[in-house]
Write a protein that binds this ligand. Sequence first.
Ligand SMILES: Cc1cc2nc3c(=O)[nH]c(=O)nc-3n(C[C@H](O)[C@H](O)[C@H](O)COP(=O)(O)OP(=O)(O)OC[C@H]3O[C@@H](n4cnc5c(N)ncnc54)[C@H](O)[C@@H]3O)c2cc1C
Ligand code: FES
Length: 1297
Amino acid sequence: MTTFSVCLTGTKYGCGGGGCGACTVMISTYEPASKKIRHYSANACLLPICSLYGAAVTTVEGVGSTKTRIHPVQERLAKCHGSQCGFCTPGMVMSIYTLLRNHPEPTSEQMIAALAGKYCHFLVCRCESICCQRKANGKCCLDQEDDLFDNKEKVSTSLFSTDEFQPLDPTQELIFPPELMRMAENQPKRTLVFHGERVTWISPVSLDELLDLKIAHPKAPLVVGNTGVGPDVKFRGVFHPVLIAPARIPDLNVLKYTNDGLTLGAACSLSLVKDILTNAIAEFPEEKTRVFCAVLQQLRTLGGEQIRNVASFGGNIISRKSTSDLNPVLAASNCMLNLASRGQKRQIPMSDIFADGVGNNTITPEEVLVSIHIPYSRKGEYVAAFRQAPRRENALPITNAGMRVLFEEGTDIIKDLSIFYGGAVLTTVCAKQTCQTLTGRHWNEQMLDEACRLVLKEIALPGSTDGENVDYKKTLMVSFFYRFFLEVSQSLKTMDPCHFPGIPMEYGSVLKDFKTRMPQSIQIYQDVGPSQSPQDPVGRPVMHQSGIKHATGEAVYIDDLPPVDGELFLAAVTSSRAHAKIVSIDTSEALKGAGVFDVITVHDVPAANEFYFSDDPEIIFARNEVICVGQIVCAVVADSDVHAKQAAAKVKIEYEMLEPVILTIEEAIKHNSFFEPKRKLEQGNVEEAFETVDNIIEGEICIGGQKHFYMETQSMLAVPKGEDEEMDLYVSTQHPAIIQEMVAASLGVPANRIMCHVKRVGGAFGGKILRTGLLASVAAVAANKTSRAVRLILSREDDMVITGGRHPFIAKYKVGFMNDGRITAVDAKYYVNGGCTPDESVLVAEVSLLKIDNAYKIPNLRCWAYVCKTNLPSNTAFRGFGFPQSGLVTETWITDVADKTGLSPEKIREINMYKKNEQTHFKQKLDPQNLIRCWNECMEKSAYCSRRTAINEFNKQNYWKKRGIAIVPMKFPFGVSTPYLSQAAALVHIYTDGSVLLTHGGIEMGQGIHTKMIQVASRELNIPMSSIHFCETSTTTVPNACASIGSAGTDVNGMAVKDACQTLLKRLQPIIKKNPTGTWNDWIKEAFKQSVSLSATGYFRGYNEYMDWEKGEGHPFTYFIFGAACSEVEINCLTGDHKNLRTDIIMDIGCSINPAVDIGQIEGAFVQGIGLYTMEELKYSSEGVLYTRGPDQYKIPAVCDIPEQFSVSLLSSSQNPYAIYASKGIGEAGFFLGCSVFFALRDAVTSVRNERGLKKTFALNSPLTAEQIRANCADAFTEMAVSPWSDLYKSQQFRPL
Ligand SMILES: Cc1cc2nc3c(=O)[nH]c(=O)nc-3n(C[C@H](O)[C@H](O)[C@H](O)COP(=O)(O)OP(=O)(O)OC[C@H]3O[C@@H](n4cnc5c(N)ncnc54)[C@H](O)[C@@H]3O)c2cc1C
Ligand code: FES
């Protein structure tokens, strides 16, 4: 639907595959029989336009706008600071809006369901405020939640005032269009046929007609929700000339209760099935509804709500995907399928369609699935369903299962047993022989043991081809059976406590799954002083300047820019080889494609194709050789995005493989493949110190890479202006000046011909600098050649394949320490996977060395960093810039020392923490007072000690569930080590009506920099923020601006804005003095009359930072941000799943200019850190091809991953003399604190291992996924299933580090 150009740009395109929710719209349909209107949310990117005949579509524009009236949902999302970069905000609005249309007073479960799977780079859920409008008694929907925080902690000033909120105006709600209602009532349903350019869509209304169509078009798929067919067509090149849409056929929508169960039409949506089952469970006795409960269990987490609203029951079954969550439980429960073909109807058991192991037989091409019969459960029959996915919600399962047992009456003798698994092989698979063998056996431990062994023998898992770990799947298979065993044993006891002993008390908790609850968050900050003028906005929680525009969809991103006359679209053709010679490029077929204008190659680059920022070049187009998969070889420009992509797929490139192909750090070491220089820092005498210590440990940790996953993919529009070689570039970048420089160099024109404009960026995190410069050059070269405007918007898949990300690390360390926990010597080596070109990898490595100490004084420290040159896409800057990896290594050896000494990790941290004015390992002075304050406050606010005791108690009482807690301190040095890289400029114009136009060199990418700059200008000029406007960042207004990186944007641009404003005020002073009671407008008018210039530039020279790598000393940082975080988690030892229970963060950010924006940054960064350390996993083939190319395979944290209780406090009474208004830069620091979750998980795993007497020292790598947690909670099931796990990461080609 998103391709249907109606110029409503509020609906965003983030992934195209139903995975991100940025494109959410509300669909409304009218049912004449019941006279009811149904509203549901759906992903526009997968909705075929033809399926919407007779439906009303509401996009965010229809909800409210600044031109008319904004909707309370939009207002609350913006004013409660629920939006940062704003790209996904319209999707959030639409999900919540639809929820409220259906449920004016939603329960927290309904709210959680509506937000399930929504991404959390930015939005840490303050959405609870959104529901408050509706309750008559003034209570919030969440009031029923326990108040889990200590009351006396609620000293915070709130970040928003509910008094401001407009009440809902019911007349504002769009009504269902009466003409559609009339149409539904008056027009008899008839067959609809739509003919497109290549595809015909046929929508019959009767079963007979459908069966005829199936005869005529046996290969045509039946499309209901398009969630199966759509992704195949879009991403896997499948083409269907005819599509049959059976959703309007009554037989396929039946709901019928029979004597033995419930029959549901195949076209029923999964949401409808969920509702029906929920009602049935409430209505029927428990004994009859065990199958319903098990199916419902899977439906709760299957996809997100938008997927369930459109995806059909029959579609899920018939797709027979291995990842179907329904098929195993439906098959195990003896569900029946009602099939029909012309002249024939038959019923088959569900299990039959999987009998051949590939799910191919049984149903003929002419047959359709009409309905599904779900039986009632019987007395003595127990059914269960299980799943484990990389993320609890909106993620396809790794493995799932459906199990059913029927006992001989009144006994525990198995009469009938069914076990089905998904995720194991190509389709759902049955452990048939196992079940047969066990029939007649008692339900006891012996049976359990045999069942597990038989299952593992029977279900042979093939070697992994897609990066999935076979051992983990096998472990899950038997662990699920064990869980079933426990559940059934417990039920038997309930039935007959005298005969059946049930299960030990401490096993009980594993029978309850983790549930997502609405996170409760608290933000505490110091309010401004009483003497501050009420008009002065500095220090106040001001809403993001674009917040309302984000929520109404009016905020413009690159793809929202209106088409330029004659504009072309560009699709990149990328290398499919990691290292090869290009033998030939055949573009002939591509050039014949519909709408194709040209193919652009390296030969079209007028000047520089290679950029030398260091010895090795950054490359626009591959010339003779490709050095990674995803490198751009050439590009197609055509009249539409679709035509460009179709033609790009037709370019044939012939390669000759080159040796070596280096993907991993180990391979780079083997081939001595590094970028120079290698770096080293040393203080004290490491060798001597190792001689005198009580203990030495050596260890290694591997830290995987991370994709930026900004919501707006790499996007740019190059518009040649037709004279003097001028070109306008509209780019989603953090660094317009580098774009200008690279484009000018590639075109061979002076920089003054290239104007780069940035209004806002839909997330960047470091990924939109050099990589964007290369892509912008591709677009500019094409625009230059064709003399047309060229738009390049990377698809999510291409973005992930082409661009690099955070650097994978391997760290080897040797640590010397005393028995009392003092660490006196550390020798560490960092190997960093830089990818195929240098980018900023050496800088990243340097920063990782400079920040290696984190919060600790290590008297003798030696560290090296090596940047490996490999055949992966070039890795680049990413929030934290090396510190997230380096800090994790440090905290890992701290924990190892704790293990070895028997002291607690927090004790080791305290003992070694900087305590007094000291020098860092590069001889920079450091005052750690606020570090210690943060630590102590965090200890206290989190009630660490009492919770530690409570957790120990919990762990004693629970065998299969364990809790863990960790508290981690942080010293985050601020600076970029090079003075000229922190210079900044601003330009302020005052117009004669008194309004002010402000610009500066910083880029708005969600961090609220423009809001803060307006706050600065408002204070300096003493005028309201509403009089100041920010339009865009541009190379035409502020030249040579440094990149918005390293948390420095507000610091440096703030100084420049202040400088410009002060210059203007100085000029106005004589006028003000003469007329002190005059107004701002009086003064400005007078100034104009007196010919006083009302425009000024401001400048900040930058910080005096330097680093002498030869001497190993310097002053690379200007100041330090301190913090501490305490996190608590609970793990499920049987699956490795975990839940983030609580996090308390204390952060010293000086005097915050805008606490709402700053706390948002801390929360967002923290959650992104959770992603790096526990979830986000990149998988490659052994040829260097990325598997994880979109949100369906690459999971970033979602709402379900936010800690249930989340508190962020800003350290009070903190001053920073080095930055504007005593504030501190905060964009990155919170990221590292995400590792408190990693160490809390480690703590929980340690508790398991201690209880089971497992080896005390163990190594955990990052991300600490469920797979790793399960492997380290070794037990009889892992032993049965697993080959040695220890070398898991090292041995896996598909996770190159
Ligand atoms: C983002 C996303 C997340 C998902 N997450 C999960 C998940 O967690 N767990 C899970 O199990 N699934 C998941 N799915 C898969 C989803 O549940 C299925 O794609 C969906 O149920 C298929 O239904 P549909 O109506 O969309 O099928 P369509 O795409 O319309 O059709 C799919 C196939 O089914 C056939 N078909 C449909 N109806 C009939 C019929 N009546 N008779 C014969 N053939 C028929 C079609 O011919 C076609 O081949 C996810 C999908 C997406 C896109
Ligand atoms: S763009 Fe539709 S779900 Fe991502």
